[in-house]
Design a protein. Structure first.
Length: 277
């Protein structure tokens, strides 16, 4: 096991850095990461305190600092300490500057300005939470996406992730004994997507769920034949209605959401007429 001190410095919230670091570290095995997170680094005094910590716990330094002075101090001190200091957004900004003929605006946290897109995401999150697990089906026409699937097929976490991306998302559990409301089959605006998974994975997830609730894990809810029947019923419903289907067995929530967003984009492209194009 390799022990790595990872220092993340940002002059804003650091959300971008965290996502980059998470994606990069996922490519490596047997690494114990000690993460040092330093958001809102906007003064040289603050940076000096951080540099003392970096010297005491040497490792990889990853930063997004737009102020030239603080950035220069960080780079020079890391060079003196013999530590790598990486600015992951530099190649993207350099490419954009070349293509657009502009210099990037040195404004910390500019991507977090409370613009219309931000409020749209907030609205999408609130709407999605209010339409979880089949609630308020009479309002589903307002949705961008409706997810359908058997119990514990990742509908709710996928819905919340999509909402964070700005998509109003409803979800409906498919239950053999309780058919969904008829208006599900009449929706015109939302993209309806079926989520499915393998029986083995579904049984495991359901057993863990029952155990976490201190319930008896020997019910039809986790009985193999019953689960197979549920999955077959849902797949037949998806096929009969021509809904796209995503198998979440080996997908993370992020991967499932990315596939759904791709379907939304394709649907939007297909809806453009030759005259509009």
């Amino acid at each position: 096991m390799i022990r790595l001190h990872l220092h993340l410095l940002s002059d804003s919230t650091g959300e971008t850095l965290e996502n980059i670091a998470k994606a990069a570290l996922a490519q490596y095995d047997d690494v114990e990461t000690v993460r040092h997170f330093w958001p809102m680094v906007r003064t040289e005094a603050h940076l000096e305190r951080i540099l003392q910590e970096i010297a005491q716990n040497p490792g990889l330094v990853v930063f997004t600092l737009v102020n030239p002075a603080t950035r220069r101090i960080l780079e020079q001190r890391c060079l003196a300490l013999g530590l790598p200091a990486v600015a992951p957004l530099d190649p993207v900004n350099d490419a954009l500057s070349g293509l657009l003929g502009q210099q990037a605006k040195a404004r910390p946290g500019r991507q977090h300005v409370l613009d219309a897109a931000y409020f749209a995401r907030v609205d999408a999150i609130q709407w999605t939470i209010a339409h979880d697990d089949g609630i308020a089906s009479e309002e589903w026409e307002e949705a961008d996406i409706v997810l359908a699937g058997v119990s514990r097929s990742s509908k709710t976490p996928t819905s919340i992730y999509l909402a964070n991306r700005g998509y109003k998302t409803a979800n409906i559990p498919i239950v053999v004994e309780s058919p969904p409301p008829l208006n599900l089959y009449k929706l015109a605006n939302p993209l309806i997507v079926g989520l499915t998974t393998s029986a083995d994975r579904l049984i495991q997830v359901r057993r863990n769920r029952l155990l976490s609730l201190n319930q008896q894990p020997d019910t039809s809810y986790v009985e193999e034949e019953a689960v197979m029947r549920e999955l077959a019923f849902a797949r037949r419903m998806f096929a009969d209605n021509g809904w796209p289907v995503i198998d979440v067995t080996r997908r993370s929530i992020e991967e499932t959401a990315a596939a759904i967003i791709a379907l939304c984009n394709q649907r939007r492209t297909d809806a453009v007429t030759p005259e509009e194009a």
